[in-house]
Design a protein around this ligand. Structure first.
Ligand SMILES: Cc1ncc(COP(=O)(O)O)c(C=O)c1O
Length: 442
């Protein structure tokens, strides 16, 4: 095991870290060496509880034997195979497996390599679908303030996190945003879905009136806006959004890169909320984070709209070299097996009451202005330090690391979403560390 003190300095390293404070981090790196179950082990040999499932993706816990073995076997057998006018059996098998878990008739699956690619793929499908039906005038894409849909151009454009958008120019034309759903004045310390705010969905009507609904192709929202601070949809909000989309012939896309694969106690967030979108984007937990992969789920009517031309024509001129990569399919199939054998796709529903109690027990600690939760997700929002937004939560993140927990922060919000295999005593331990950290963070 490496000793932290003897590690070479990373300050001059060539690695440009993504979404990171490169210089700050490289001065005092926090490095993981290995992982097992709900724990990471650092390069200096310390054990950390993984409070955010890697990056909202390792839902079954780390280095699960079945998944590791499936990937090892696959890489030795068929390392790569194209799926442009060619194929390999695992791609079909995995798509059929995923379809069996999907809600409603969202049973047609297009593979990508990430959440960002899933989002841009779904947006392109929405535009192409309308065009295929003779409604090529539907070109506008609607996102939501504080939404996060990855980092490609389409996803950045429909995303609503200012810091992720402002330095990248005009992004994509024809994009607009509905209001976010966060209303701490009415909903602070909500347990589960907040009571107030279903009417915020009517903001879509405002954009329909402004642009004319016949120009709008799709609306994309995360059922729970996780990266933007864990904003849980108010009771009735998603239903209302669905109804407005239906009224105006607009496609509804749920970005379930985080909320799928058991995070809310059902395979998909759509099933948890009982609202059926037209497309679903996923990634992350689809392979338990072991091999990069994403997927877009399409309703049958959308799929069929593409299957009308000559048989010897490519129906969708879109795809990635690594769409349905054999390693990803092998990892995904093993992941689904683990999820099903261990009941992980519904486990969050069993744990969520306990989780909620422990999360809300932090109320009253210094600087805590809100706590929210759903499924196996919680957010603890701190008041920002004057003139230093994000600094308080960043301190908390570093202190938690030193005390044995890896937690994620977005601005001054601490987000927690541990692997779904976590037990009650480790939930206690995770919140105990957060409690100690908050008590000592000025
Ligand atoms: C809702 C949502 N969409 C898209 C993405 C982007 O996924 P990726 O980082 O795999 O491109 C994320 C990542 O956190 C996400 O939470």
């Amino acid at each position: 095991m490496n000793d932290r003190a003897t590690l070479p300095s990373l300050e001059q390293s060539a690695f440009f870290m993504p979404f990171s404070m490169n210089r700050h981090f490289k001065k005092a790196p926090r490095l993981m060496a290995r992982a097992e179950g709900i724990h990471y082990y650092t390069t200096d040999g310390r054990k950390l509880i993984d409070g955010i499932s890697g990056l909202w993706c390792v839902n079954a816990g780390h280095c699960r034997e079945k998944i590791v073995q499936a990937v090892q076997k696959q890489v030795a057998e068929l390392d790569f195979a194209p799926t442009f006018q060619m194929g390999h059996p695992l791609a079909f098998e995995f798509a059929d497996k995923l379809a069996s878990l999907a809600p409603g008739d969202l049973k047609r699956i297009f593979f990508t390599n990430s959440g960002s690619e899933s989002v841009d793929t779904a947006l392109k499908f929405a535009l192409a679908y309308h065009r295929a039906r003779g409604e090529g005038h539907r070109v506008r894409l609607i996102g939501r303030e504080r939404g996060y849909h990855g980092v490609n151009f389409g996803g950045t454009a429909v995303g609503g996190m200012v810091g992720n958008r402002k330095i990248f120019g005009a992004l994509v034309a024809g994009v607009d945003h509905i209001r976010h759903t966060h209303d701490p004045e009415k909903n602070a310390f909500s347990r589960g879905q907040p009571k107030h705010g279903a009417e915020l969905a009517d903001d879509l009507e405002r954009l329909c009136a402004l642009h004319d609904p016949s120009t709008i192709a799709a609306v994309i929202v995360e059922p729970v806006a996780c990266s933007g601070g864990v904003l849980v949809p108010p009771v009735g909000y998603l239903e209302r959004l669905r109804a407005i989309c239906d009224k105006h012939g607009i496609l509804l896309i749920f970005d379930e890169v985080i909320t799928a694969w058991g995070r809310l106690g059902k395979p998909f967030g759509a099933q948890h909320f009982g609202v059926l979108p037209d497309l679903i984007t996923t990634a992350k937990g689809i392979t338990n984070g072991t091999v990069p992969m994403g997927a877009v789920f399409l309703r049958e009517g959308i799929y069929q709209a593409f299957m009308t031309g000559p048989e010897k024509a490519i129906e969708m001129p879109h795809g990635y070299t690594y769409s349905s990569h054999p390693l990803a399919c092998a990892a995904g199939l093993a992941t689904m097996q683990v999820y099903e054998e261990e009941g992980l796709l519904t486990r969050a529903a069993e744990l969520s009451d306990y989780w909620e109690e422990q999360a809300h027990a932090l109320k009253g600690l210094p600087h805590v202005v809100d706590i929210r939760n759903i499924g196996l997700i919680a957010a603890i929002e701190l008041a920002p330090r004057p003139n230093a937004p994000g600094a308080r939560a960043l301190d908390a993140h570093v202190k938690a690391f030193e005390r044995g927990a890896y937690i994620r922060v977005a601005g001054d919000i601490i987000a927690l979403a541990p692997p779904l295999i976590i037990g009650k005593s480790d939930i206690d331990r995770l919140f105990e560390i957060v409690r100690e950290v908050l008590k000592t963070t000025d």
